[in-house]
Ligand binder design. Sequence first.
Ligand SMILES: Cc1cc2nc3c(=O)[nH]c(=O)nc-3n(C[C@H](O)[C@H](O)[C@H](O)COP(=O)(O)OP(=O)(O)OC[C@H]3O[C@@H](n4cnc5c(N)ncnc54)[C@H](O)[C@@H]3O)c2cc1C
Length: 387
Amino acid sequence: MGSCAAHAAASRGARALLLERFDLLHHLGSSHGESRIIRDAYAKARCLPMVRLARRLWSDAEAESGYRVLTPAPHLSFGPRDDASLVRAVENAGAEEVDLAQMWGGAIRIPDGWLTAVSEHGGGVLNANKAMAMFQALAVKMGTVVRDNSEVVSIEKGPEGGVVVKTSGGEEFRRAKCVVTVGAWASKLLKSVAGVELPIQPLHTLTVYWRIKPGREQSLTAKAGFPTFSSTGEPPVYGIPSLEIPGLIKISCDGGPPCDPTAVTGSPVTAGDSEITERVARWIEEAMPGHVEAAGGPVIRQSCMCCMTPDSDFVIDFLGGEFGEDVVVGVGFSGHGFKMAPAVGRFLAEMAIDGKSNTAAEAGVELGHYRISRFDGNPMGNAAKDY
Ligand SMILES: Cc1cc2nc3c(=O)[nH]c(=O)nc-3n(C[C@H](O)[C@H](O)[C@H](O)COP(=O)(O)OP(=O)(O)OC[C@H]3O[C@@H](n4cnc5c(N)ncnc54)[C@H](O)[C@@H]3O)c2cc1C
């Protein structure tokens, strides 16, 4: 989100500075890895204008940079037929009901009576690492200064207006505006900066790759038309066609235990991970037994963090208080923000520069849904995935 916001700000002619506490493209936050799904299948119709805008901006950035980061793929949604959010997501995406036995050589089997629907348009796989590198390169090309290994420890009001940002290395930067996109570290930083308590719960999640059975490797590739997929049933699995690592397919499970980002070590395996991999392995044995090898366990495991808000909606707002509109916050992307990043970055930059986002208004994105004030008097609640 920060890389996209820096690019958007610099594209408007702002003198942008991007500060990152770790190395650029590190693996300790929420955005690393080779793949993320972009799809229209959203139960909350208000998410659709943002996805559609983001898709256009992904394409613009690809054209501007010459990078290819989005591989088109259909999206398959499935789950119990009486799941109202699945039905809404399928309707909103204009997805068509299909007989899975007739699709992709019968590679996926699901319980009788479940709803299965495919949306053919606008979906795909984003190469996350490459996408971040693309926006960082574009931001630098537009004049952004990038400093990694620069942890922001305080944001204060400047004596003559604007903000003063200090890093743990003792550096001090004076700027007119500041955009805060610190992912899982948001609650702690914003509490110390402004006393604002945001109900954002980081979860430790696991991404796992499985070996495709010999002879089936080609049939599960994006090139062969195999879809991204997600289930609203139990377990809540999702999958991405074989793409980045030939012979392997990413099939994983949403959710994970709460975690403390200050204690994150980047360790690929932590307590609770074996429970996730066993759930996914059992699903593979029932749903894709002829195509994916589950018996030996996953071949690759990667840790990641999802930053859940109680309603799974993002936080895109001015910090307010003594900072008024000088500090803009973009956090709490609740496990579904990557696809939206170019749109979110544009909103944040416009809010910082213009005090409002014309792009959001023109695209029909109602930023009122993403205000901090919706949490007023709201306890943490159960951070649930519902979008
Ligand atoms: C396993 C997994 C699968 C996912 N799948 C999808 C998907 O298929 N589709 C989708 O759309 N989304 C998906 N998501 C969600 C998506 O990846 C996230 O919503 C998105 O990456 C969040 O980006 P971010 O910029 O908010 O956080 P981050 O990428 O974590 O960025 C925050 C940055 O701020 C830096 N930082 C923190 N504190 C400071 C400080 N004090 N000073 C300076 N820098 C600081 C951090 O080091 C970090 O680099 C998935 C997430 C996970 C974990």
